[in-house]
Each structure stands twice: as C-alpha cells, then as structure tokens.
Design a protein around this ligand. Structure first.
Ligand SMILES: [Zn+2]
Ligand SMILES: [Zn+2]
Length: 278
C-alpha cells in the first residue's frame, strides 16, 4: 500500500496530528515541532512524548517525519551562527527521540561564499559534534533546488554528506527540487534515467522519503516554488510515473503543496490516488 500524506500543523496539539492526517485521507505525515521561523523553542516534554509515542505505535499514520526549522545553517563559517544551528538541530533530535519518530528531515545548509567543499565539510563536522544526541533517529538530508549558495542540490553532494556523517543518515528527494536543480522526472523515461543516475552515485537504498511537489520553475532554474500535483512543469505524466514506479511506490510520499483557490490538500491527494495503477 502506498504511504501518502502531507505536512500537517501541530497548532492544535501534537496528539491532533493523527486525526488531522486521517481527515485528509493521509496515512503518513510531516510536522514541525515548533514555529519554523523561531530560534527560541521548547523541547517536546517527556510526558507528551510518552503519550504521543503510545498513540504512534498503532502505525495507522506512519511514518511521521519531523522537518527542522528554516533558520539553522550547519554550513556557516560564522561561529555564532553555527553554534546556534547545532544547538537547534540537537534539540530537534532530542524531541524526535521523545516522540518516538524515526526520521528528522533537514535542509543541508548554504556555504555563503566559502567553497562548496568547505561548506559540505562544515555540515558534517557540525553534525558529528552532536552524535550522542541522535539516539534512534535517522537524519534525512533533503535535496535542494540549489539557488544561491544552497548546498545539497547534486547527487554528488548528497553522497558526500552521507559518507562523512558518523551516524545513521538517509536521503529525502523532493520532486520540485529535483526538477529545478536539473534532474528531469517529467516522464517515465526521464524518471528512469534520473533514478539510475541517483542509484549509481548515492544508492537507492539510501532513499527514505519523497517530498511530492510539482513546480512552477523550469528545469534547472534553481527556483524553489511548489505547485499542485500535475499543475506544474513536472506535470501529470511525471507524477503518474513516480507513483507507479516499482521502487518508489514503497517509499513514503509527503506533499508540501500550496493551499489556495486552485486546490486544497484533499484535491491533491484525490488527484494522486486516481493515478495509482498498481
Ligand atoms: Zn521538501
Ligand atoms: Zn521546496
């Protein structure tokens, strides 16, 4: 069975997440543990963690993935920024362990004028310094569109991050970011080429999560602008190939699609489910 879901809000409380996901006909989801635009946030309490973990055991909504906030930059060469970022990611790991969730998804970072190599090394060094707080969580590096000095847009960079981080890591492939960083997935043949390229560099066994988003940006435009499934440049053919792909169909898929006058979440999941043939 496909596992398809959305990024859902915890504004009504962590325990509401299960019902909110199910109300959208989702069987997996992604959350922020706090406001993603804030440095100051509390850890998930141990008491809440216990109750959440208990409910999560049912696995009717699985997996629940935590996405880190937008502010940290583990690649920064500014010691103050880097320390703040490390502290923030460390807290995310502690909260994930308390909640019993298996995956923490992060954006790798931006080199901001250093060399790419230095930026990538800095990310791994930062992460390796918090090894003892990782616990049972697998860190997922999300591929990026590669705008500005943002790292993690190529398969080679993702491979470097996996190889140089000293604990359990995997990869999230975001379809919008794939396409706008230059990897075509807009039809079956292109998808197959891109995946075989990914497999030979990174290894498909490292792919743990898919962020399913169509995109307003052209291929290789480095623009990170999500669109409703099938209404962007990846289009229905691309998504039909993705959801019916023999390997990808077993990987959890989370949509981070907009909610606007064109469509809401429900319409996106209906559109997607109608394309599933297998
Ligand atoms: Zn994403
Ligand atoms: Zn994005």
């Amino acid at each position: 069975m496909h596992r398809i879901g959305f990024h859902v809000s915890v504004a009504q409380g962590f325990l509401k997440v299960f019902d909110n996901a199910k109300a959208l006909d989702a069987n997996c989801c992604q959350i922020f543990t706090h406001s993603p635009r804030s440095w100051r946030f509390n850890l998930v309490s141990e008491d809440l963690g216990k109750i959440f973990k208990d409910r999560y055991q049912k696995k009717d909504v699985w997996p629940i993935v935590v996405h880190d906030s937008y502010l940290p930059n583990l690649a920064s060469d500014d010691p103050v920024m880097r320390e703040k970022s490390i502290e923030s990611i460390k807290k995310e790991f502690i909260s994930c362990n308390r909640l019993g969730v298996e995956f923490l998804n992060i954006h790798p970072g931006a080199h901001k004028g250093q060399s790419k190599e230095d930026g990538l090394s800095e990310i791994c060094k930062s992460l390796n310094s918090i090894k003892e707080d990782v616990g049972n969580v697998t860190l997922l590096f999300e591929n990026t569109s590669g705008g500005g000095s943002v790292l993690g847009s190529t398969f080679e960079e993702l491979k470097f991050l996996l190889e140089n981080t000293d604990f359990k890591c995997g990869i999230t492939l975001d379809t919008c970011h794939l396409f706008t960083s230059g990897y075509d997935i807009s039809n079956e043949e292109a998808l197959e080429d891109t995946l075989s390229n990914f497999n030979s560099i990174v290894g498909l066994e490292n792919l743990k999560l898919i962020h399913l988003n169509d995109t307003q940006g052209e291929i290789n435009s480095k623009k990170d602008r999500h669109e409703h499934i099938g209404l962007g440049r990846i289009g229905p053919q691309g998504f039909k190939a993705i959801v019916n792909h023999k390997y990808l169909k077993n990987i959890p898929m989370i949509m981070e699609t907009p909610v606007n006058e064109k469509r809401g979440d429900k319409e996106n999941i209906i559109f997607l489910r109608e394309m599933i043939e297998i």
